[in-house]
Design a protein around this ligand. Structure first.
Ligand code: GDP
Length: 502
């Protein structure tokens, strides 16, 4: 039988499928996965027509089912594609796996919420070569590597300049907290000491002794503190920067490392200036900043970057700008580590975290679907719950919504812990994440219940089998993680506002 092939979105469909395809287009399947034209391969016209008929009826049924369940059009398209794959099920099994995965990947790559569309090198190839296991292993490796990227931040400055207080503030800690860097006006920092972030131990803040207190010249000082390991240096001063700071900065530059000047305790400066009759905060800040830059330039630093910070009020002044600058200067693979460890001191940081997590959902969804590819009868929710518990715990920590982080925030801000908890809506915040809790939350998510029902129906009535289950598992994981991220980000917004007394 001769088939007329029609060009369709980079692929071809035979005329016999034309009607079907128009219907598919109507149901908004606009992304035919590569290789779909193989459905035209059959030589027997009866078999061919029967296959088209089955696809047509099957898709219709699914379309109605998904409409009844109010699934979004792209997910219902996915169901249609799963049935479409089903047609050559016996011969095409390995290929189908890759097609469904590939299709899922395509949809999620083109997802409007995916603000950082990026691909793990090699994964697409593995999926095309039907090697799902290799693709999943590669994704897992990538995610593990990314979660363990080291970031070493050196904080240096003279005694009393506010280094330890800054280190504690960055770690979301109060000076009295266990594990906090000791602070005080007397000599407290005389050795090189790492302070790991409480939730991300791979992010370390190093409280370095002031160069003045060591009596070493800048080059020896840098050798002594082991400068190679640091990603960048923050040079702190609570007054104008002095000769020692300049010498150190020049040596850091010679060693091809980055440095930033932080003028600490700017709240003190403002308090003193506030007494003046014509006080204007913005003008005062500009004056202090310009004065620092001017002096540093005169001492030989070409384009000094100076940030005015109060460790007691990181949400004010230049701290957000400092974060943006660090993010811009860091290599791409380190940015995520910095962002996760950042305290939630602005809506912008919370939103950035949300977007960064959203961009990774597709990978967790593929991992979860790879597990669902193994058919387990009567397993109603074909997702990897253990994997989800780990991911959700990670989200809760990054949004500062775990019990410990909330207690630290309460200690830092003086807002009672119960008041902070009172604005939280997600049952996953301020709680220990367990499989039971996650299952409970999942069943409360309206869309997910529908998807789970769809999965059950597809298993029972259509025996759409593994590809549909995989597609649905992908969809379920995707929907769950997206909903949870949104809920937690909203909670983080509310907790942030509450901590400021808003
Ligand atoms: P270090 O010796 O450089 O580690 O300095 P510390 O962190 O111990 O701080 C010295 C003193 O300055 C302490 O009493 C802190 O409470 C105070 N301090 C630190 N940062 C700030 C700040 O941003 N604003 C104000 N007002 N005081 C600060």
């Amino acid at each position: 039988m001769h088939h007329h092939l029609l060009p369709v979105h980079g692929g071809y469909f035979c005329q016999h499928h034309c009607q079907y395809f128009q219907w598919l287009q109507w149901s908004r399947v606009c992304y035919p996965a590569p290789g779909f034209q193989h459905h035209c391969d059959t030589k027997d016209p009866h078999k061919h027509n029967a296959a088209v008929f089955v696809m047509f009826i099957g898709s219709f049924f699914l379309r109605f089912l998904s409409a009844a369940l109010q699934l979004t059009s792209s997910w219902s398209s996915l169901l249609s594609v799963a049935v479409c794959c089903r047609q050559d099920w016996t011969q095409m099994q390995p290929r189908m796996f890759s097609q469904v995965f590939f299709f899922c990947l395509r949809i999620s790559m083109e997802d409007p919420i995916d603000s950082h569309p990026e691909e793990i090198p090699g994964v697409r190839e593995d999926l095309e070569n039907n090697d799902i296991a290799a693709a999943a292993a590669m994704i897992q490796q990538y995610l593990e590597r990314e979660n363990n990227i080291p970031l070493n931040i050196a904080i240096t400055g003279e005694t009393g300049s506010g280094k330890s207080t800054f280190v504690n503030a960055l770690r979301g800690m109060f000076d009295d907290d266990e594990g906090a860097a000791p602070t005080g006006v007397t000599e407290t920092t005389s050795e090189v000491k790492p302070y790991p972030h409480p939730n991300y131990p791979n992010v370390k803040l190093w409280d370095l002794p002031g160069i003045g207190s060591t009596k070493f010249p800048a080059d020896e000082y840098l050798e002594l503190v082991g400068f190679e390991k640091f990603d960048f240096f923050i040079i702190i001063s609570d007054t104008r920067f002095r000769e020692n700071d300049v010498k150190l900065a020049q040596e850091i530059q010679r060693m091809k490392k980055k440095f930033y000047f932080v003028h600490s305790k700017v709240d003190d400066n403002l308090r003193a200036e506030r007494r003046k009759r014509d006080f204007n905060e913005e003008e005062t800040l500009t004056k202090i900043r310009e004065d620092c830059v001017h002096r540093l330039r005169r001492s030989g630093i070409e384009s000094p970057q100076v940030f005015l910070v109060s460790s007691f009020k990181l949400h004010l002044y230049d701290f957000s700008l400092l974060h943006q600058t660090l993010e811009r200067d860091l290599p791409k693979h380190k940015r995520h580590a910095l962002l996760r460890a950042m305290p939630n001191i602005s809506l912008e940081i919370i939103n950035k975290k949300k977007k960064a997590f959203q961009s990774k959902i597709k990978y967790y969804s593929i991992l979860s679907a790879a597990v669902a590819g193994v058919p387990v009868p009567a397993l109603s929710i074909a997702v990897d719950l253990a994997l989800l518990v780990g991911v959700v715990t990670h989200y809760v920590h990054a949004f500062g919504l775990d019990i410990q982080s909330l207690k630290r925030l309460s200690a830092r801000t003086g807002v009672p812990y119960t008041d902070l908890c009172a604005v939280i809506i997600s049952p996953l915040a301020a709680a220990e994440i367990t499989t039971e809790l996650l299952l409970k939350v999942m069943t409360q998510l309206v869309g997910v219940v529908k998807l789970i029902a769809a999965e059950e129906v597809s298993r029972l009535t259509l025996t759409a089998g593994i590809p549909a289950a995989m597609g649905l598992s992908f969809t379920i994981t995707y929907t769950i993680l997206n909903a949870i991220i949104n809920q937690l980000a909203d909670d983080a917004h509310r907790v942030f506002a509450k901590s400021l007394g808003l």
